[in-house]
Design a binder for this molecule. Structure first.
Ligand SMILES: [Zn+2]
Length: 402
């Protein structure tokens, strides 16, 4: 069987690494900016694509520029709800059945919304899209699996003035404290809010993440917050090895108890190891890879995004996914940012299939890993039932296409 785009769009898929603020519809961004009098560099989609949301970027800082505009329009509950709803619809339209939407509530927190209000607003949008989808007769009749989702709360590795009203005030009141202490404080506060949102308000907050600039801002500053998340049974993922080497990945899985890794592009790059204590760098990488493989720590692979933020990769066939695949690591394809990266889950899978000549059997594994290693909101029994339903449906589509 040849893997076609049509097949990819039909099979049930996941997106486990999906940033809300990187995935707004451009038409919505323009509308919200007009309504809220937020200045954009252009007020039409073509202009925004040319100036901000490009297909190629010079580096990570340029890639990140678009987020200033998207977070600026996501400062009201109505905007958050709308964007959550549309994001779920866009995923459903290309056959994605399970998403974990991640965002940093503290970037949206202001005098009118607490971090819990922010999470509730997003959840209203996602829940509405889920309920509408699951009311369809094919889902109700059990012929098709339902749409499910979870929310991941992201702490920021670092932040400066102007990032958000909340971060500004935090930096103001702790003006005499060491910055890393303030970063740590914000992360701790977010864990508490996430746990409260889940336990008191029943929100499907399923995980905790650490995002933002890696180099110079070690994960260890946030170890306390991750320990608290761990204690409260929040699942954990960490952006690691996107801009820094294997040691950052080691830190994520040891100090932060990461269940999954965001990107891990540089997992195999022994030459990026900086610690003088590590004498045999190749052996270190090998042990780290074996550990990750054995523990089934899943890597959230975002091919297009990596190519955009690390232009030196040049060609997807040179992306470290080729080593991940060879080492039989648990990996799953994700978009990172649908708008900023100009991609979809189907695009990511198609690119992977073409660049790495993935077989139908392998593809099935990568897609199913997404469901199996998701931070599913619900009991383990429910999760297993859901995964079984997904596999059955996947196999039905396979038969249709063979
Ligand atoms: Zn990311």
């Amino acid at each position: 069987m040849k893997i076609s785009r049509e097949f990819i769009e039909k099979i049930p898929k996941t997106d486990l690494h999906l940033h809300l603020d990187g995935s707004l519809r451009l038409s919505t961004l323009i509308e919200l900016a007009r309504e809220q009098k937020v200045t954009l560099p252009a007020y039409n989609e073509a202009g925004l694509r040319r100036l901000v949301f490009k297909s190629h970027y010079a580096d990570l800082p340029e890639y990140l520029q678009g987020f200033a505009y998207t977070t600026a329009v996501l400062q009201t509950p109505e905007a958050l709800e709308r964007v959550g709803y549309e994001l779920a619809l866009d995923n459903q339209a290309e056959g994605v059945r399970y998403i974990e939407v991640r965002f940093a509530p503290q970037l949206h927190q202001n005098a009118r919304m607490t971090s819990i209000d922010v999470m509730m607003a997003l959840n209203r949008g996602l829940a509405r899209a889920k309920d509408e989808f699951n009311a369809r007769p094919e889902v109700q009749g059990g012929d098709e699996p339902p749409f499910e989702y979870g929310i991941i709360a992201c702490a920021m590795r670092m932040f400066g003035k102007g990032a958000s009203a909340y971060f500004d005030s935090l930096l103001d009141v702790h003006a005499h404290s060491e910055r890393k202490w303030v970063f740590s404080l914000a992360s701790m506060e977010l864990v508490r809010a996430a746990v409260e949102a889940r336990d008191k308000f029943g929100l499907p907050i399923v995980g905790f993440d650490l995002a933002g600039a890696e180099a110079g801002y070690p994960a260890s500053d946030h170890a306390q917050a991750y320990a608290l998340a761990h204690k409260n049974f929040l699942k954990k993922t960490v952006h690691a090895g996107e801009a820094y080497g294997p040691e950052s990945i080691f830190q994520a899985i040891t100090d932060l108890h990461a269940d999954r890794l965001g990107h891990a592009v540089y997992l195999f790059d022994a030459n990026m190891i900086k610690s003088p204590e590590i004498k045999d760098k190749k052996a270190y990488v090998n042990s780290l890879v074996q550990f990750i493989a054995d523990r089934r720590i899943t890597i959230e692979v975002c091919l297009t995004s990596n190519l955009q933020t690390i232009p030196t990769i040049r060609d997807l066939s040179r992306h470290s996914f080729r080593h991940m695949r060879k080492a039989k690591l648990s990996a799953t394809f994700c978009t990172d940012n649908r708008t900023v990266s100009r991609t979809t889950v189907s695009d990511e899978i198609l690119k992977a299939v073409q660049a790495f000549h993935i077989t139908p059997h392998e593809l099935k594994n990568f897609v199913i890993y997404g469901f199996k290693r998701s931070f599913f909101h619900g009991t383990y029994i429910k999760k297993r039932e859901y995964v079984h339903q997904i596999i059955e449906y996947y196999e039905k589509i396979e038969k249709e296409f063979s």
